[in-house]
Design a protein around this ligand. Structure first.
Ligand code: AGP
Length: 605
């Protein structure tokens, strides 16, 4: 998704903006640019398709002394990847950058006769043209009028040529955070661009107009009332947001999982029982719910599917898992007796956010599991269970997945206790087993070299299959997504017992099949399915708790996970699947942290 940064202060802005854009690269983009507001009331725009480094080279052509500017990394939504479509866009007196989608840009073009003003294919330039058309010398009044006319999601940073040193900003849905310090004032899409500037920040409130100057930031609502937003503290340091010595953010984040789980689980264990008092989640939320609906996207949705398996098997309460982009256009079968759990690492995924809003309109209570504090989904939920995984920079979600599963397990255990399905003893036993996932993951990570070997095989394959039964099937969904999204090997997850109903036709000589057989209760059945694919020439990588498997009719490679109860194997299995994907992508020399076409947070539909 697009990255936004704005700075005004006492330092030259150019390098601050470009360095900030470099920190936002992980959000996914295809072009970059900056606009500088000069003291002589002129606007300088430097932008191009390509990487931030290309922009840095472009800006070496002269000395830029301006101390006020905006910068943008664009993830194309309207219009191709071209220099002209890159942001910032300038129209007359106005320069701006935008993250989001203006849904009625075409109506605005016609209604305000803007055709002649436009040179790009973007919806963003229409906003610049509209502002320029409405501008009569008062920026805030102009922005207030324009905001009432545009529909859709937007995070806008705007400069007016005749107001040197000032940046204006306004948002709806798309994220923005802001901070002011000795160096001046800064605004950005997320904290990774702010952290080197200030440890205190605030979330830009929606439909409020910000005026950033070198001396501070004024925030006012659309009626002109001045508002003082609550300051939050950045709880992680810049080191945490960097690679910490690992070759990629993804590998660092895979290895951070024991700490991420510890930081997420431990604060919620009081007297050996799950306890959400500190989170402000009272037991009534669980006592009153008759069914659960989980709504999320991608990996977060996969974590929800694992949560479903746990809650249904332990509590016998129906759990429906919905893909957010589907759910939001349904007439959902939920009501005030439904607990809707919304899961999101970024807390900004637009489909998940809109699904949350729909769920609330149906009278359901919404409990969100979110990693980014103060994010939009967190702020719009009735209850929030923050996962304390720290910043997840790699596009491929890893530690967020593990802590989301742990959060679902804690919720399931608390619900079972509240509903009298678990005795206190049973709940305490459950908590002990959940906490044992932490040393188990540490043990599993020691097998990284063995997993690397497996990846060297898979990297040559055009296709791969992940098969499993029960809990293992839910994990295979995540394993397939991980491999696809960072190694570009086409992968498919399949319920092992279903293979013979068609898909086994695709199993030919040497096709890699990652077979998950960690569930004791269906182990025998699973081995039979594995033999079926092995008999057809598959290259089988078996993941199980067996001490060792050297039977060539079952597998080519065996990766062992430590002995645990079926329900708790998901954490070790997840780590192995993540490492398989990571090493395959790395062996192919791909951009592991920033895979093609993908963004870390999908804030457009
Ligand atoms: C995960 O590896 C993917 N990059 C993607 O599926 C992600 O999980 C999904 O976009 C949801 O993001 P969120 O958790 O920030 O809402």
């Amino acid at each position: 998704m697009c990255g936004i940064i704005g700075y005004t202060g006492r330092q030259p802005a150019k390098d601050i903006l470009i360095d900030g854009l470099a920190r936002l690269e992980y959000r996914g983009y295809d072009s970059a640019g900056i606009a500088l507001l000069n003291d002589d009331d002129t606007l300088t725009i430097r932008k191009k398709a390509g990487r931030v480094d290309d922009l840095r080279k472009l800006c070496q052509d002269q000395e830029y002394t301006s101390t006020c500017g905006i910068g943008h990394t664009r993830w194309a939504t309207h219009g191709g990847v071209t220099d002209i479509n890159a942001h910032p866009h300038k129209c007359g007196n106005v320069a701006l950058i935008h993250n989001g989608i203006i849904e009625n840009y075409y109506d605005i073009i016609r209604e305000y006769g803007l055709e002649e003003k436009l040179v790009s294919e973007t919806d963003t330039e229409v906003v610049a043209a509209l502002l320029d058309k409405l501008y009569e010398g008062d920026p805030i009044r102009t922005i207030r009028n324009a905001v009432k006319l545009i529909a859709g999601s937007f995070a806008l940073c705007i400069m007016f040529a005749d107001h040197p040193g000032i940046i204006y900003a306004v948002r709806n849905v798309s994220p923005m955070v802001a901070a002011c310090g000795e160096q001046g004032s800064i605004i950005a899409s997320d904290l990774t661009a702010v952290i080197s500037f200030s440890r205190e920040y605030f979330v830009v409130p929606e439909y409020h107009i910000l005026t950033l100057s070198r001396d501070g930031i004024q925030v006012e609502d659309l009626k002109g009332n001045v508002v003082v937003p609550k300051n939050l503290e950045i709880t992680w340091d810049i080191e945490a947001a960097q690679k910490g010595g690992f070759p990629h953010f993804m590998l660092k984040e895979i290895y951070e999982q024991p700490d991420a789980l510890r930081n997420t689980i431990t604060p919620r264990i009081v007297n050996s029982l799950p306890d959400f008092t500190e989170d402000g989640i009272d037991d009534a939320v669980f006592a009153n719910c008759e069914n659960v609906t989980v709504v999320a996207c991608g990996t977060a949705m996969h974590a929800g599917i694992v949560g479903k398996a746990m809650i249904e098997s332990e509590l016998k309460i129906p759990v429906n898992v919905e893909i957010a982009s589907e759910f939001r256009y349904k007439k959902p079968l939920i009501n005030e007796k439904t607990l809707v759990i919304v899961t999101s690492q970024s807390g900004e995924t637009i489909d998940t956010l809109e699904a949350l809003r729909l769920a609330k309109s149906c009278g359901s209570k919404v409990l969100s599991i979110v990693n980014v504090k103060g994010s939009t989904i967190a702020r719009e939920s009735d209850y929030v269970l923050y996962t304390h995984a720290g910043p997840e920079i790699a596009v491929a979600s890893t530690k967020a997945y593990s802590v989301q599963m742990a959060a679902m397990y804690l919720i399931g255990c608390r619900m079972a206790l509240v509903k009298g399905i678990y005795t206190e003893e049973q709940a305490k036993e459950f908590v002990v087993k959940l906490q044992q996932a932490i040393p188990v993951i540490e043990q599993t990570l020691k097998q990284a070299d063995q997993i690397k070997e497996v990846a060297n095989y898979i990297k040559l394959a055009p296709d791969a299959f992940f098969i499993g039964r029960g809990m293992d099937y839910t994990l295979s969904l995540e394993g397939a997504l991980k491999l696809k999204e960072i190694s570009y090997v086409h992968a498919e997850a399949y319920a092992a017992g279903e293979l013979k109903h068609g898909t086994i036709a695709l199993i030919t000589e040497n096709v890699p099949v990652i077979a998950l057989a960690t569930q004791k209760n269906i182990y025998g059945k699973m081995i039979s399915n594995i033999r079926e694919v092995k008999a057809r020439g598959a290259y089988v990588i078996l993941i199980s708790m067996d001490e060792a498997v050297n039977d060539s009719t079952i597998c080519n490679k065996h990766i062992r996970i430590p002995e645990q109860e079926d329900l708790f194997t998901v954490f070790a299995t997840a780590v192995i699947l993540q490492l398989i994907a990571y090493y395959t992508s790395d062996a192919k020399g791909l951009d592991v942290d920033k895979p093609r076409n993908l963004a870390k947070s999908v804030t457009v539909e």
